[in-house]
Design a protein around this ligand. Structure first.
Ligand SMILES: [Fe+2]
Length: 394
């Protein structure tokens, strides 16, 4: 018995056209105003690091501070003045330093965090700069680049891959929401391109994401309550539409701390050969939500949120970066160390700030600190062969 293909509630997130700015020094740190109202720099983005263009300079989004600027143009350098005195790279007045004006968010970081805590998901709409989105579309061979062939290099060597991976507001929000500074990637970053559905291929069913995987492996044995073991960040490289396969959610279902219902078609069942021919697509009826968002947006959600992939009913490929984030005490889903070593062996770091590189290192090197000292954790080829042989002979 086939289920109806689509009757989801469409949740449309749209660009407001408003835009804050970041002001970054040469190290990549953010010019900010500290709690006592003093201009300084910091290594992360919260409300203290948010500026708006104000005439020929910038005014702080929260604090009562305005600064002069030689330029307010995005992705251009500028020199800043505070009450006529030059601003140095550390934020104090002194020797004039170059800052980069960068593409900031539409809203304050604290507003996004409050919405995530209330709803279990939030859209950072058009959070990526148009130049990064264009680079990602080129890497993924989607949108204007869909007739091009993928390059035979690992995508990690492209600076845009690091820039999107270390996007600062999503990381600050995830650290706050998971209540730990030690946040890691659950798998290596990559760009996916969803092609037109053929009406036959087996599809992903309803599930929760890593590490819970309820509905697709059931990895975490009990509800974790206030302890958040994972967050997901879906980056729209192409615009996400209902027609091109935007993810289908049951928004708010993270609060149930439970698996999606079997009768909706869970991944444990839908990937079985012949399932689709017999049952059709997994449930997509009125109890579900599809988030439609412009390219360059990031949708963050609690990994316990029930969802499934949409299907692409258009002839255009739809690009996305789907990333799982976990606290450092969770074992990752896939090894990230080999891809990170490829990054280190390339000259990509020369095109990034020291801050971007440090953050990528934070996210991709899994560590253990124990009585014997500090170690980086990775997979072991010899033991991998051994366990695979054991499984094959079992
Ligand atoms: Fe998922």
């Amino acid at each position: 018995m086939s289920r109806p293909v689509y009757d989801s509630t469409v949740v449309r997130v749209e660009a407001t056209g408003e835009r804050f700015s970041y002001l970054n020094n040469a190290n990549g740190d953010w010019l900010c105003v500290d709690d006592s109202g003093v201009l300084t720099t910091q290594s992360y983005v919260n409300d203290a690091a948010i500026w708006r263009v104000d005439g020929a300079g910038f005014s702080h989004a929260v604090a009562d501070i305005s600064i002069g600027a030689t330029s307010t143009e995005i992705e251009h350098t500028t020199q800043l003045t505070l009450v006529g005195d030059a601003v140095s790279s550390g934020g104090r007045t002194g020797e004039a330093a170059d800052f980069m004006v960068n593409h900031g968010p539409e809203r304050l970081p604290s507003e996004y965090l409050a919405e995530l805590r209330e709803k279990g998901w939030v859209s950072l709409t058009c959070i990526l700069s148009p130049s990064v989105v264009d680079d990602l579309q080129r890497i993924g061979c989607v949108d204007d680049y869909e007739n091009e062939s993928p390059e035979r290099v690992n995508p990690i060597v492209h600076p845009a891959m690091t820039k999107v991976t270390v996007e600062p507001i999503s990381l600050w929000i995830m650290r706050e929401y998971m209540q730990t500074r030690d946040v890691k990637l659950g798998h290596p970053p990559g760009v996916s391109a969803l092609t037109r559905d053929d009406g036959k291929r087996e599809v992903q069913g309803w599930h929760t994401d890593f590490p819970y995987l309820w509905g697709t492996g059931d990895r975490v044995p009990l509800p974790s309550g206030d302890l958040v073991l994972g967050m997901q960040r879906n980056t729209c490289i192409s615009e996400f539409t209902q027609e091109n396969g935007a993810t289908i959610f049951k928004l708010g279902s993270h609060a149930s701390n439970a698996a999606p219902p079997d009768e909706w078609g869970i991944t444990n069942h839908t990937f079985r050969r012949g399932y689709r021919a017999e049952h059709g697509l997994p449930y997509g009826g009125p109890d579900t939500d599809v988030i439609v968002a412009p390219a360059g947006s990031m949708v963050l959600y609690d990994s316990r949120t029930w969802h499934r992939a949409g299907v692409n009913n258009t002839d255009r490929k739809r690009g996305a970066m789907i990333q799982a984030f976990i606290p450092g005490f969770i074992i990752p889903f896939m090894d990230t160390s080999n891809m990170y070593k490829m990054f280190l062996e390339s000259d990509t770091a020369d095109q990034l700030t020291a801050r971007d590189c440090k953050e990528l290192d934070n996210l991709m090197v899994h560590k253990i600190m124990g009585p014997a000292g500090l170690f980086a954790i990775t997979t072991d080829d010899d033991l991998t062969k051994r366990v695979r042989d054991q499984m094959a002979s079992a």
